[in-house]
Design a protein around this ligand. Structure first.
Ligand code: UD1
Length: 438
């Protein structure tokens, strides 16, 4: 259990470097298993999810070393294509190893992530797409067993631009004979990062970012150095933290295009925003304004991962905001906790309405997921008095040294961190609250 003590009421102010991207690191680490390779990755965030991915690589027979923000991986000696339940349970997004294992070993065996059944956290799009490449996939006693035999390139149409399914197809198709055309692909920046990495590994891939990705196999190269790009959700979180407190922040080494919808809504809420080369400067008024209607959507739409932190920033706004969550059904779990601070947030189905209040008052909250936990920290920063957040380790799965970064900006925040290792990805579940495999 990690405990976050936040004393609110201080305006955040200053410049901040943003961590490397969690959501880019995880598929890139899975890609290390695709071919025998020595790789040096830099700007890798120190996160519990990254540790979980490295443990999976070691289980598969890869050698890994971590030194500061660098990770060295040697996957030449990889010996197996199975991931045991304990490791799958540590991180739900470990399902992206499926495509990599199919490419390398021609088979993959793993339990369903988090022990959920297909209905609760569907991976049907992943499985259907991999089947189209020629993989034989069966469910055996809670395990997914895939045999690739000879994968063959084909045309695959995704009915929804699933990020995970797009990544799995890109990884598996590296080993397919002929060309794979993936239509309806996800367009997130993390897909472009994966394409760049796979190209450096020797793959012929083009189209990432466009919705139509063409993969023409791979001639493996033995070594590479690559840098993990910045984390657009961590950048959004820091921008929202500054906005929540009426402060100002300069985000360094970022690409504003990658979180432009978040910046657009912060600007609509009254923040001044200047973007210059790889810097974004945001200056917030003492109270934001409501932004009207906002819907989450696949990239380039408003990211579902930034929805809880923008909600937190708007709790003290003048006016109303209506957020419709279109990606995940149960992604307002932060709302009842934020109400304990005195916020007026009403959830009805997939919509949450925020009616800004003048003051928030510190309270004791419990974080139930990664981004919701971050939203509670932001709520605490905007509230008067002390907020205590009990967190079963969710926040540190995705945020590197968030407490230190916020303290450097002037926040009064202390943490009692315990070294628990379980990981739950971003914890967005399609199951109703209470039914989730935690
Ligand atoms: C999601 C986010 C991504 C974010 C990541 C980490 C979207 C579209 N995706 O990716 O931006 O970086 O979380 O937090 O915003 N689905 C199915 N069947 C499947 C796969 C998915 O029905 O086989 C549904 C999910 O239930 C969900 C939606 O598709 O409603 C989004 O899924 P997907 O993009 O695959 O999720 P992640 O890969 O986790």
């Amino acid at each position: 259990m990690d405990i976050w003590h936040v004393r609110g009421g201080r305006k955040l102010k200053g410049a901040c470097r943003v961590q490397g991207s969690k959501n880019a690191s995880l598929p890139i680490l899975a890609a290390m298993a695709v071919s025998p390779l020595r790789a040096e990755l830099s700007n890798v965030p120190r996160l519990r999810d990254v540790d979980a991915a490295l443990r999976i690589l070691r289980h598969l027979g890869c050698r890994t070393e971590q030194e500061g923000d660098r990770v060295y991986i040697d996957s030449a000696g990889m010996t197996r294509g199975d991931i045991p339940h304990e490791l799958m349970e540590e991180m739900r997004s470990s399902v992206i190893f499926m495509g990599a294992l199919l490419a390398r070993c021609g088979e993959a065996r793993m339990s369903l992530p988090g022990g959920c059944r297909l209905g609760k956290r569907p991976i049907d799009l992943h499985l259907a797409a991999l089947r189209q490449l020629g993989a034989e996939i069966r469910e055996e006693e809670g395990e997914i067993v895939c045999r690739g035999g000879k994968l063959r390139g084909t045309r695959i149409e995704l009915p929804f631009p699933s990020v995970g399914a797009t990544e799995n197809v890109m990884l598996a198709a590296c080993a397919a004979e002929g060309e794979t055309e993936l239509c309806g692909a996800a367009r997130e920046p993390e897909i472009t990062a994966l394409q760049q990495l796979l190209c450096a590994m020797g793959a012929r891939i083009r189209g990432a970012g466009s919705g139509r990705i063409v993969i023409g196999g791979m001639v493996p190269r033995p070594a590479l150095c690559a840098r993990i790009p910045f984390d657009r959700i961590a950048a959004s979180t820091l921008a929202c933290a500054a906005a929540a407190t009426g402060g100002s922040i300069e985000l360094l080494d970022v690409d504003a295009q990658q979180f432009s919808t978040v910046l657009y809504f912060l600007n609509r809420a009254g923040c001044d925003i200047i973007t210059q080369n790889s810097r974004v400067c945001l200056s917030a008024p003492p109270r934001l304004c409501g932004v009207g209607d906002l819907r989450t959507a696949p990239f380039p739409g408003f990211p579902t991962d930034a929805q809880p932190v923008l909600m937190a920033a708007l709790l003290r706004s003048r006016g109303r905001t209506r957020i419709t969550e279109t990606i995940f059904e149960n992604r307002f779990r932060q709302a009842p906790e934020l109400r304990r601070l005195g916020a007026d947030v009403r959830v009805s189905g997939r919509t949450a309405e925020i009616r800004g209040v003048e003051r928030l008052q510190g309270a004791a909250l419990t974080a139930g997921d990664l981004r919701g936990g971050a939203a509670m920290i932001l709520g605490g920063l905007a509230a008067e008095g002390e907020t205590l957040i009990r967190d079963e380790g969710h926040v540190l799965r995705g945020y590197e040294a968030l407490d230190e970064r916020l303290r450097a900006l002037g926040a009064d925040i202390q943490t009692e961190i315990c070294n628990e290792e379980k990981s739950d990805g971003d914890d967005k579940s399609d199951a109703p609250a209470g039914e989730q495999a935690q």
